[in-house]
Design a protein around this ligand. Structure first.
Ligand SMILES: Nc1ncnc2c1ncn2[C@@H]1O[C@H](COP(=O)(O)OP(=O)(O)OP(=O)(O)O)[C@@H](O)[C@H]1O
Length: 510
């Protein structure tokens, strides 16, 4: 950790009584808050509490219905994200806005090449030099000439933040506002340390807001914390370290989170639901494992260990892979994901935006998609059944949506994730491959999802739970396989009364 002497500053960005509704949904009801240079302000709240809407209002993607934004002491109105960045407000998303096959320096000055152009020629040398200067100043040990692709995810995130600082300087702005929107959800613990260290190091350079569902991270990183509930600020805490996760959660919802404890597997069927032997494909090799009916097999490993590749390959029934894959004792034809669905497999990917959700479709259509997608011929899903299924899912998974016809793109991130899970539950899949299924889901909803998974396993559903969330994998799994460099390096049986510690699991992972 780097020690930084923090200077105190006047508020850089202020929201005053800001209000935003979407039709009947009051996403933000009269919120006022200050963001200051020298601090990281944590923003927490349940799924749908209004965090993303507030960030969109502060960064010009949404206009408030009423209320005002003050930047540097003057009332401001940004009519686009571009206008906000030109004033020095940057939002950093989980899905990085970087260009993979360009160099680090080119990414840092993306869309600002003009500053390095003379007589129509871009001076790469000056761009690299400027990037190196800023890296030196911020003690960033990265090569400006490296291709972005060669960097780890957390390093790319640092490049994105440096870009905000560098571009602000080009525009003559001394202190930008940096809005970190759930930046850690795709990071391993080691990468989180690296990222946090950098965020702390730039405290005096920018005013930073940090949104996360991981309350331990809020306690670890943030100097102040604002708790949102139903679009209002319900609490401002000047020292989050004085609180426990449980206390923060009770501020968020008005009750304390229950820690999930699981009953041991009761199913006594012995024919494996899934059996892999010598299973080899892109990103993993020689995998041998079994999952029994009603069993949760946790798959742990650092980012890049091959666990996500393995999960996807199982769902695709080993298309393009070698070795044995059996579902219920039979080797199915390796025909990809549609055939996987027909073999009663369900899959939640860790990239909900890339291969999960269809934002422009309703909740009910999103839920019935696999049924339609997997069919060999035309299929009729009655509108009534679709609506009933969606109504049930909304109730069971506590999806915050006005109704089954709501477009999924209009739901908060965590609620979109619940819609993805609902697909497979509705379809009655017997083997669920879940890759970080509670990514972006709040603590309360997580407990609901765990209860649902447990209910499914009691009905004989098997689960391959791939997760970077160690408490999740430890509390949900009957057995855990640990992967490293594409191979299974150990298998741990979990005794529900005395599960292994996180430290033991991490030691096996690295
Ligand atoms: N474009 C939109 N159209 C309609 N409703 C919307 C839209 N964007 C957000 N909402 C609604 O506004 C409310 C607040 O959503 P928001 O995305 O701000 O929550 P959040 O706190 O960021 O949640 P999460 O933690 O799940 O990301 C939710 O009820 C959501 O469904």
């Amino acid at each position: 950790m780097t020690d930084v002497i923090i200077e105190t500053h006047a508020p850089l960005l202020q929201a005053r009584d800001i209000v935003k509704s979407f039709g009947p949904v009051k996403a933000v009801r009269s919120i006022s808050l200050d963001v200051r240079v020298g601090e990281v302000l944590g923003l927490v709240g349940e799924n749908g509490a209004g965090k993303s809407t507030l960030l969109s209002l502060m960064s010009g993607t949404l206009a408030p219905d009423s209320g005002e934004l003050m930047f540097n002491g003057s009332t401001t109105q940004f009519d686009s994200y571009r206008a906000a960045t030109e004033s020095g407000i940057f939002r950093i998303f989980q899905h990085q806005a970087l260009v993979p096959n360009m160099t680090v320096a080119e990414n840092v000055y993306l869309a600002h090449e003009k500053a390095f152009t003379r007589f129509g020629i871009i001076s790469q040398r000056r761009m690299v030099q400027k990037t190196q200067e800023i890296f030196d100043e911020l003690s960033v040990d990265l090569d400006p000439t490296a291709e972005l692709d060669s960097l780890k995810f957390a390093e790319r995130q640092v490049v994105e933040i440096v870009r905000s600082l560098a571009q602000a300087r080009l525009l003559g702005i001394t202190h930008p506002v940096i809005l970190h929107d759930e930046p850690t959800s795709a990071l391993s613990r080691e990468q989180i340390e690296f990222f946090f260290d950098f965020v702390r190091r730039i405290k005096n350079q920018a005013a930073q807001v940090f949104v996360s569902h991981r309350l331990d991270e809020i306690i670890e990183l943030c100097d102040r914390m604002v708790v949102l509930k139903d679009g209002t600020v319900v609490s401002v805490q000047n020292d989050p370290t004085a609180l426990t996760e449980k206390e923060i959660h009770s501020l968020m919802v008005g009750r304390e989170a229950e820690r999930h404890t699981r009953a041991a597997r009761t199913n006594d069927e012995t024919e494996p639901r899934l059996e892999l032997s010598g299973f080899t494909g892109e990103g993993f090799s020689d995998i041998s494992l079994q999952i029994l009916p009603g069993e949760v097999l946790g798959v742990a490993g650092v980012v890049g260990s091959g666990k996500s590749d393995l999960g996807r390959a199982v769902f695709e029934l080993g298309q393009g892979a070698t070795g044995t894959l059996k579902v219920n004792g039979v080797e199915p034809a390796r025909q990809g994901s549609r055939a996987g669905i027909r073999s009663s497999l369900g899959y939640v990917s860790n990239e909900r935006h890339r291969d999960g959700i269809i934002a422009g479709m309703s909740v009910s259509h999103n839920i019935s998609l696999p049924e339609i997608g997997a069919a060999l011929g035309p299929v009729i899903v009655s509108g009534n059944r679709e609506t009933t299924n969606a109504d049930t899912a909304i109730k069971d998974l506590n999806i915050k949506a006005p109704g089954p016809d709501t477009l999924v793109g209009n739901l908060s991130g965590g609620n979109q994730q619940k819609v993805l899970l609902a697909r497979w539950i509705t379809l009655g899949s017997k083997l669920l491959v879940l890759d970080n299924p509670t990514n972006g889901v709040d603590v309360g909803a997580k407990a609901e999802i765990y209860r649902i998974i447990e209910g499914l396993t009691q009905q004989g559903v098997s689960v391959m739970l791939i997760s970077d969330d160690l408490p999740e994998i430890l509390s949900m799994s009957d057995r855990i396989v640990v992967m490293k460099d594409g191979k299974v390096t150990s298998t741990v049986a979990v005794d529900v009364t005395a599960p292994p510690s996180e430290v033991d699991l991490v030691a096996a992972m690295v």
